[in-house]
Design a protein around this ligand. Sequence first.
Ligand SMILES: CCCCCCCCCC(=O)SCCNC(=O)CCNC(=O)[C@H](O)C(C)(C)COP(=O)(O)OP(=O)(O)OC[C@H]1O[C@@H](n2cnc3c(N)ncnc32)[C@H](O)[C@@H]1OP(=O)(O)O
Length: 193
Amino acid sequence: MSVNSKRIQVRKHVKLANDENWKCKLDIWKANESWSDDCKTVFQELSNLGDDWVQVAVICEDPGHRCYFNCHDEQDKVFTVAMFYSKSRNRIRGVAQFGQYSQSASGVVHTGALSTIIDTVSGILINLVCVAVTISMSIRYKQILLIEESAQFNCWIERTEGRKAIVKMVITSIDKGRTFAEGETVWMIPRNG
Ligand SMILES: CCCCCCCCCC(=O)SCCNC(=O)CCNC(=O)[C@H](O)C(C)(C)COP(=O)(O)OP(=O)(O)OC[C@H]1O[C@@H](n2cnc3c(N)ncnc32)[C@H](O)[C@@H]1OP(=O)(O)O
């Protein structure tokens, strides 16, 4: 498929839990036994934030394809993410559980795993507002995140500048005492968007 032959389709894969057509398929995005107790607790807190917050998930139904974000296996050994979107706040909050297969240097989560999460969550947020693609991304890795640890994140639209939008995201420890990564992504609405 040539890049120019098809418009970029992000929303096609982004499903909101308040859509009856998708509700039943979101079970895979619920807390499970591979998650730490802390991760499950934050998931529960996020689930109870109120009607303004709705769970959002990436689901790919293209035959033979899988979204890179959904790289977890049956045992959830890479990483799994659960997230909630507030339309009124232009914000996504969520939790991530990292597994043994997310390793970079010994015992440490790969920076690419974190950048995947930042790009995808930021992309979901901006694409719930308008069609946009990543044009640049800057990440500060501030503290080491260990494999099999959990994290929580907060993502928001910082500002817009013409066809561009700047989205920020912070990934912290579950208790928010440590900041693992801060991301700033720039998004552009394509001319044919
Ligand atoms: C599926 C589950 C959910 C997943 C979540 C979503 C994740 C989404 C991840 C993605 O977005 S995947 C796609 C990754 N991104 C790309 O492939 C973008 C590739 N770039 C392009 O297609 C074009 O550069 C683009 C359509 C964005 C812009 O082309 P245009 O011809 O319309 O714009 P133009 O060249 O006139 O540039 C407009 C402005 O953007 C600036 N610009 C363009 N590309 C840039 C770039 N790469 N970095 C920085 N600035 C850039 C350019 O300098 C200029 O700045 P000014 O307005 O200030 O003059």
